[in-house]
Design a protein. Structure first.
Length: 95
């Protein structure tokens, strides 16, 4: 992830919409991070602004996506194995 940090940045240099409620003489810490953009199965980039414009998947499209996932032949995991893996990951933080 790309990240830019500016310490002691003058509020007066910020865009107007970011200065709301701040004193123009103040200094702030500015952190800019590029958001991860999830991608749909069809290659379209996920965007909240266009989410409402995207029509829902048809039953045929849904079945095709399920078929594609199943064709990847990923091994299934039992509930006990999943719980065991999660506990192992959780326990790493206790060490």
């Amino acid at each position: 992830m790309n990240k830019i940090v500016r310490e002691h940045y003058p509020v007066a240099n910020l865009p107007e919409d970011l200065r709301v409620g701040l004193d123009d003489g103040a200094r702030v810490r500015v952190v800019l991070e590029v958001e991860d953009q999830p991608v749909f199965a069809d290659g379209a980039v996920f965007d909240f602004a266009t989410l409402a414009e995207r029509p829902p998947l048809t039953i045929e499209e849904t079945r095709e996506l399920i078929r594609q996932v199943r064709s990847q032949d990923r091994p299934s995991v039992s509930m006990d194995e999943a719980v065991s893996r999660i506990r192992a990951l959780r326990d790493e933080w206790d060490d």
